[in-house]
Design a protein around this ligand. Sequence first.
Ligand code: GLY
Length: 421
Amino acid sequence: MRILVIGSGAREHALLRGLSTDPATTELHVAPGNAGLGSIATVHPGIKADDPEAVTALAKELNSDLVVIGPEIPLVAGVADALRAAGIAVFGPNKDAARIEGSKAFAKDVMAAQGVRTAHAEAITPGASSEDIDAAIDRFGPTWVVKDDGLAAGKGVVVTPDRAAARAHVDAVLEGGNPVLLESFLDGPEVSLFCLVDGETVVPLLPAQDHKRAYDNDEGPNTGGMGAYAPLPWLPEDGVQRIVDEVCVPVAREMVARGCAYSGLLYAGIAWGAEGPAVVEFNCRFGDPETQAVLALLKTPLAVLLNAVATGTLAEQPALEWEDAYALTVVLASYNYPEAPRIGDVIRNADADNVLHAGTALNAEGELVSAGGRVLNVIGVGETLEAARDNAYTTIKDIELEGSHYRSDIALAALEGRISI
Ligand code: GLY
């Protein structure tokens, strides 16, 4: 299979690694890619990932058998639609199905139609009066959950006990021209469950947990994700099946009923509270950085699996096989991430096999430099969570990047038995 992957982060690096070990893969390409991907795939840096014509033209030129779309922006922009219209198999939902992430209001409507448990929400649209905004804020909190009802790469959410901070985020999002969602706060540990979805066929991957705050002990601003681990030792034995039965299958069924059948990866962001799993958000693609941990444990050949989703034959696939182990990933972030990440700093000692590239580039001297907020991901795999952590932290502490930071407590609460439901 000649496969083209769209995207440029560590998630795409993890996908490329998984695809490269499948004997069915004969050629691997990535666009636009990053500085770390040239050894695993042919990189096409000039392509804009969210340009349907450009991506389709490249896929045609490469005679691609399968295109795997990593990020949400191309999916919401209709890149999968354009590829399908050209007769090319694609892993990723069409534009109308990608609204499950692209419009929080659409996702709420789908959930309401199927009785899926989620937070109560109210939308505030640009142009609302200051009095109406205050009244809406007073119907919620504390704690306040304020979401940008657009694509924000996981960074558009503010969760705060501070009313003034909630109001400031509402104002900032409205000034940007997007509606805002106020949501009731869902308590309980979070689970990221990724499901392969092909119409009404739903196949879950291992459950993972992200660490969204910038600093240890869940302090600091929200980020795109600073680390993750899988599987979750604290999740009840029937936990994954409950999320599948109570959330993912009803949503997949509702999408079929609405004429926008889902094909791709449905990411259910769950809070497991006293009443069981409730949806915090959906994403229409693999999560980043959870994918880097989850795929490190997948034994089933990835290219055949993603192709089965893309060609509508997921139901015919054998059960997934997994390593009996734990995996985690730690993100190395650049100076001042997430506020205003500095780029262009030289990176040294990042050659280990368990390093995945995200925001990296080569400078004029050919040195590896930072080119984004989340720069590298280090993967650790082990028979225990402790061994997986040791593995990742032994590598990351030797990487040099001036001003960079990483969390030292990825999976620590789980390891110390501090998570219970
Ligand atoms: N891990 C958060 C996200 O992928 O949006």
